[in-house]
Design a protein around this ligand. Structure first.
Ligand code: COA
Length: 188
């Protein structure tokens, strides 16, 4: 069983090219800009368009959230905001949680930043929080995301047919998950 109190302390996790830092109000402008990016919206299947004030409120309250971890992905060196990620839907009895990540613009993709950020948060999830399982949903057309998740040790566990209706077409999504020992194996 994992201790949900551990989620109150939001970590800073440093890698070679990215640093994950607690998401705060100072990230509002960059986060809001990412919600307007059409390609990021398509890849994440985000229908809802939040207002600036909603994004500000979201960023400002993340540090106090008792049951999830929301971190900004910042570039190293320089500290520019390049995206954000979350561990959410914690199930303490079964030691599992959901994961999501979005770089904030397509110009930041394809440079290894998402892979490094995913490895850092998985290291934290398994090593510090004591999770056994981390799962996610990804649209079946999002081949770049699927490649990164596979490289980090995730496997496909199932397919949700027609789960996304986007621009008049329906798309499947995949359930992927990684267990503690998969991560250890993928990190060797
Ligand atoms: C998904 C995401 C986090 C991946 O991070 P990233 O930094 O762009 O990815 P990386 O540069 O670390 O790795 C990309 C990998 O995908 C591979 N790839 C890219 N396009 C591909 C395609 N069409 N088919 C197969 N593999 C592909 C690349 O070859 C690379 O693998 P390699 O390093 O072994 O060659 C990031 O692209 C992102 O946030 N995109 C926008 C939002 C999004 O899609 N979020 C995920 C929702 S589930």
């Amino acid at each position: 069983m994992i201790d949900l109190n551990a989620l109150r302390a939001k970590p800073t996790l440093s890698g070679g090219r990215v640093r994950l830092v607690p998401l705060t109000e100072e990230h509002t402008d960059a986060f809001y800009a990412s919600t307007l990016d059409e390609e990021v919206r398509r890849l994440t299947g985000t229908h809802h368009m939040p207002s600036y004030l909603q994004v500000q409120e979201w960023c400002a309250t993340r540090a106090e959230s008792p049951d999830r971890v929301d971190l900004a992905i910042t570039e190293q060196p320089g500290g520019r905001f390049v995206g954000e990620l979350s561990l959410q839907d914690f199930d303490p009895d079964n030691e599992s949680a959901g994961y999501r990540i979005a770089l904030s613009a397509i110009e930041f993709t394809g440079q290894g930043l998402g892979r490094e950020a995913t490895r850092l948060i998985l290291e934290y999830a398994f090593g510090e929080l004591g999770l056994h399982r981390v799962w996610l949903h990804v649209h079946a057309f999002n081949m770049r995301a699927i490649a990164v998740y596979r490289a980090c040790g995730f496997s496909v566990e199932g397919r949700m047919r027609d789960s996304l209706f986007w621009d008049g077409r329906r798309h499947d999504s995949l359930l992927m998950a990684i267990l503690e020992h998969d991560f250890a194996k993928a990190s060797r």
